[in-house]
Design a protein around this ligand. Sequence first.
Ligand code: MRU
Length: 326
Amino acid sequence: MRTIDWRDDHIVAVDQTALPDAVRMLDIHTVAELTDAIRRLAIRGAPALGVAGALGAALAAREPADVCRRQVEALRQARPTAVNLAWGVDRAMRRLPEGPAAVLAEALGILDEDVRANRALAARGADWLLAHGAARLNVQTHCNAGGLACVEWGTALGVVRALHERGALGRVYVDETRPLLQGSRLTTWELARLGIEHTLVVDSAGPSVLARGLADAVLVGADRIAANGDVINKIGTYPLALAAARAGIPFVVAAPESTLDPDSPTGQDVEIEIRDGAEIVHMGQIRTAPAGTPTLNLAFDLTPADLVTAIVTEHRVIHPAKGERP
Ligand code: MRU
């Protein structure tokens, strides 16, 4: 099953707000529908956003020039932190002078590239971990960097799958990932379908999992990687990197080259999405804080390069903590 795809004349995508209760597909015919699906995280995860951006450009390319321009700008800004979204839109739109069919061809190319990049970086990540640790590993992950965050297969969970296929994986510790629970709703769902042993912990337990020696490495994806090797990923990643350093285990980031952003010199130059506070004062329909409680709903955090042991892409391994730059 592909998380996002093109069928006949429109986008089909898994509605990630319905998981884990139901596998529901969305049929998306307009850029407005797509932008809305991205804002409410029905489509999410940096690589999937890149593909969505490119396919959205293909939808926009059918419109008159001024409408197309407006729609593309709204789409680019639907979520500001994952660099892949604007990257996908811009790459597909560069073909606009050749006509809408060329924009769609470029978008479909990006879709296929994502699958290939995931497979390649997953194998490389598994090689790296096995060369730098035990023959059988327990790992900890945060948020969802699996097939649901990409077209299929996954980045950090792609590495997990590669380890599993080689018989080199023990258990995966999954942080629940407040407030929208991508870990407990999505990552556990994927791991269960794959028959991979896993254990869910609350976010605040993540560092303690590492302090207790339960995991041999932390493995996460990224929404943007700055030119100096700083990594921007789901809020709660940074504490894991600190805890991994303290525990003396590798902190590994698996991401396609499209997540590298040479235009952001450091992580401080990246806009961190701040989402509606309503997400953190409710658990589902239940209010968990008094009405009117002030909130700061930071959706992502910055892990400084010196805490990042390795960044694994489809082409290379970079070691920011040793001073290597992407
Ligand atoms: O807010 P989300 O769910 O889009 O955040 C996703 C993440 O932070 C992922 O870790 C990241 O996009 C990498 S996905 C391969």
